[in-house]
Design a protein around this ligand. Structure first.
Ligand code: NAD
Ligand code: SAH
Length: 419
């Protein structure tokens, strides 16, 4: 018999159910979509493979897809962000679950493979691991795939690179690029959850510290804004002159990392790039410097060079490794340099993932309905879907906005103003 799940301990399910019930109360948009899906069953007879950080909000997305008639197979998108109790609860809820916390690299890819072996029609990915595996190892599954959706910035960049080289084998929706995604998830979600992760992991104060934020994209803006709100002095490093001007005009000090490395008490990388903090930077850092990453992948902070330059390493607290330098300085790495908000926290708050995952659910429905007509390209989320999510969210926040009068509409969008 084919195993329908691989989780650490199915007996953990009760606490997982409680976590899912809690987030569900704070995800009004997804609740609305679930009700719609329960009636219309858009995914009846279809299989969906999901790889997103397997914690309670993702679990609820899985349940909503199932409520829409889909046969859902799910795994995590980072070995340290899976929550074993949530994974167990989802098995009881009838999903095919392959994931556990702290999976080895081999286990992590085995879990991804098992999800794909369910022969999905649609894939929902976060960072590109599922899509990559489909294009390289599991090409025999490609003919059945209608298309998919990608959750994050780096995943979308990779897909665009594949499309440019003519390698993409099915249409993908760039969920990350919807307004209701990056403006809220990347900025406010990352901004808040990165600090929640750092503060609960270190139990140290932020006020008065010098925080270096590497990358002033949507995530970096959120992290820097919250750092300022917490009373930190903020330095930003960038490679893009326009982003650097934005950071400067937002009131932050802009420096190259070679300089910033000397001043920071806390360093947060969120660039999607590699080696942003590396060997020569560790040499000039202050004693006690804390290093955290919030970008894709665990290569933004160069770990091999940190280890190479150190005379010793030990775990000093859960999710904190201490590296002792030859001159006695100590540098601390949080969550193994993996996404600190998810590996050492629960990730973005429920109200934020409500919008991101509503976009995922509606984009999956869109790809099912329209996928066969689309080219093997990366597409934006249709404007109507973005608007629908925004409208339901605004209603749920008990907030309303003005409506244009016919005269205003003519004035704004017409051209015969003087007549
Ligand atoms: P973005 O493209 O808006 O911003 C990235 C910024 O980093 C850009 O301004 C770019 O110029 C800058 N940059 C690139 N290389 C750099 C370098 N070497 N030094 C300094 N700056 C550099 O992307 P984003 O939406 O802010 O996402 C950033 C990363 O975070 C991506 O990998 C994304 O997938 C990931 N992400 C993580 C979370 C999370 O929950 N932790 C949430 C959303 C996105
Ligand atoms: N596999 C990559 C993925 C980058 S994750 C890696 O591990 O580096 C970045 C994505 O995580 C964001 O786009 C965001 O939407 C998502 N995310 C943040 N908080 C989350 C949460 N609580 N649950 C599920 N996904 C979350």
């Amino acid at each position: 018999m084919k195993m329908d799940y691989l989780v650490r301990d199915i007996k953990l399910a009760p606490s997982g159910h409680l976590k899912i019930d809690w987030v569900k109360e704070h995800m009004p948009v997804l609740n609305e979509i679930r009700k719609e899906f329960e009636k219309t069953k858009p995914f009846a007879g279809k299989r969906i493979a999901v790889s997103i950080h397997l914690e309670a909000k993702t679990a609820y997305l899985g349940k909503v897809l199932k409520a829409g008639g889909a046969d859902v197979a799910i795994t995590g998108s980072n070995p340290l962000s899976t929550q074993d109790d949530v994974a167990a609860a989802l098995v009881e809820d009838g999903l095919k679950v392959f994931a556990w916390y702290n999976a080895t690299t081999e286990e992590y890819f085995d879990h991804l493979g098992k999800v794909l072996d369910t022969e999905p029609d649609i894939v929902i990915d976060d960072g590109g691991d599922l899509v990559n595996m489909l294009h390289n190892e599991k090409t025999h599954l490609l003919p059945k795939i209608i298309g998919g959706c990608e959750e994050t910035t780096t995943g979308v960049l990779r897909l665009r690179a594949m499309e440019k080289e003519g390698l993409l084998k099915f249409p993908m929706i760039a969920v990350n690029d919807a307004y209701c995604k990056y403006l809220f998830d990347n900025r406010y979600g990352t901004g808040e959850s990165v600090w929640t992760g750092i503060m609960r992991t270190t139990n140290l104060i932020v006020a008065g510290k010098t925080v270096v934020v590497a990358g002033y994209g949507w995530c970096g803006k959120g992290i820097a804004m919250k750092a300022k709100g917490l009373g930190a002095k903020v330095i930003v490093t960038e490679i893009d002159p326009i982003k650097a001007i934005e950071a400067h005009m937002d009131g932050f000090t802009v420096l190259p990392m070679d300089e910033a490395a000397k001043y920071g008490d806390v360093f947060i990388t969120v660039t999607g790039c590699k080696d942003v903090i590396r060997g020569r930077h560790y040499k000039v850092m202050k004693n006690g410097a804390l290093l955290a990453n919030a970008g894709h992948f665990d290569v933004e902070i160069n770990k091999p060079e940190l280890l190479e330059g150190a005379k010793g390493k030990r775990v000093v607290r859960q999710n904190i490794e201490e590296f002792e330098m030859p001159d006695g300085r100590k540098i601390y790495l949080l969550a193994e340099g993996r996404l600190v908000n998810l590996a050492a926290g629960d990730g973005h708050p429920a109200e934020i993932m409500d919008m991101s995952f509503a976009l995922q659910a509606l984009s999956a429905k869109y790809i099912l309905e329209e996928g066969k007509k689309l080219e093997k390209k990366v597409y934006r989320v249709p404007e109507e879907i973005d608007k629908k999510v925004a409208e339901i969210k605004l209603n749920s926040m008990d907030t309303s906005i003005d409506k244009l009068t016919p005269e205003q509409e003519e004035y704004l969008y017409g051209w015969k103003h003087g007549e």
